[in-house]
Design a protein around this ligand. Structure first.
Ligand code: SAM
Length: 275
């Protein structure tokens, strides 16, 4: 009997598309990831990037409903044949889809899972943080990330990885690192090690006054993380029409500190002080 050669098999499944960050989870790792997600029969999941359905096919039988959003039309079309009837496949870009419409008929809060495309993992994270609605729409998100990004999310103030991403995440979610996966856990293997993390969404950990202003302050300060707080704040404060000295005084912050040592609460106080 003729066996199907590797190139033929690849053609039948379609070549992995680099531009969509496609690295498919190997079967040997599926159970470990599913265990880490810790499903319950009543759960509803939004899955980001189901791909060929490695996680989707395992999630479906364990939960009430899966809504799976896949950008690659070819994969999305093939998916219903690989998964059960309680999986609704939506073709689209997670960064563009109307999330309200997507989950309108689902009991909230729902849970999120995804082996994320690493090229757009940060924008997807920001989208989820905004859309989680303090845990009312999304309860939690179990996400596969590049290890380095996972470390930045969980970094403590004053350490090298600490930055805008860690602050934004900490404001709206708690984060746990669940699993570390070597490049060989995926096909084709990525160049990097991966980490599965869980974000548990919650109401803001601090009163930031205005979330757009908070983002401007955080980003502005981290662009100059090694300067003193006073010097880093000058251009940011000017943008709000106030003086950096006065804002620091109002926020009771030492002007000689470095921006990279500020906690979420410090950043929130500083934002309220420039408003
Ligand atoms: N979940 C599958 C697995 O574990 O084998 C595939 C994971 S692969 C790393 C990322 C998946 O996300 C791919 O199927 C890719 O086409 C899809 N994807 C990439 N960008 C996307 C986006 N913006 N919105 C939705 N899906 C996306």
């Amino acid at each position: 009997m003729k066996t199907r050669s590797e190139p033929n098999r690849r053609r039948v499944q379609g070549r992995p598309r680099k531009r969509f960050g496609q690295h498919f989870l190997e079967p040997a790792w599926v159970a470990k990831v599913i265990d880490a997600i810790a499903t319950a029969p009543g759960d509803t999941f939004l899955e980001i990037g189901p791909g060929r359905g490695a996680l989707t096919a395992a999630l479906g039988p364990r939960v009430r409903q899966v809504v799976a959003v896949e950008i690659d039309r070819d994969l999305a079309v093939a998916l219903p044949g690989r998964v059960g009837p309680n999986v609704r496949v939506v073709t689209g870009d997670l960064l563009d889809v109307d999330l309200d419409a997507l989950v309108r008929d689902e009991p909230l809060p729902i849970r999120v899972a995804g082996n994320l495309p690493y090229n757009v993992s940060s924008p997807i994270l920001f989208r989820l943080l905004q859309a989680a609605d303090q845990g009312r729409r999304f309860r939690d998100a179990t996400l596969m990330l590049q290890q380095e990004v996972a470390e930045r999310l969980a970094a403590a103030p004053g350490t090298a990885g600490y930055g805008a991403l860690a602050i934004q995440v900490r404001l709206l979610a708690d984060i746990d690192r669940l699993l570390t996966l070597p490049p060989g856990a995926f096909r084709p293997p990525p160049k990097v090690t991966s980490t599965l993390v869980r974000l548990r969404f919650h109401p803001p950990a601090a009163d930031v006054g205005d979330s757009a202003a908070f983002e401007r302050v955080v980003r502005g300060l981290f662009q100059q993380r090694r300067k003193t707080l006073l010097n880093a704040l000058r251009p940011v404060a000017a943008g709000f029409g106030c003086s950096a000295e006065e804002a620091l005084d109002r926020a009771r912050l030492d002007p000689t500190r470095r921006p990279e040592t500020l906690t979420v609460e410090d950043m929130a106080r500083l934002t309220r002080a420039v408003l």
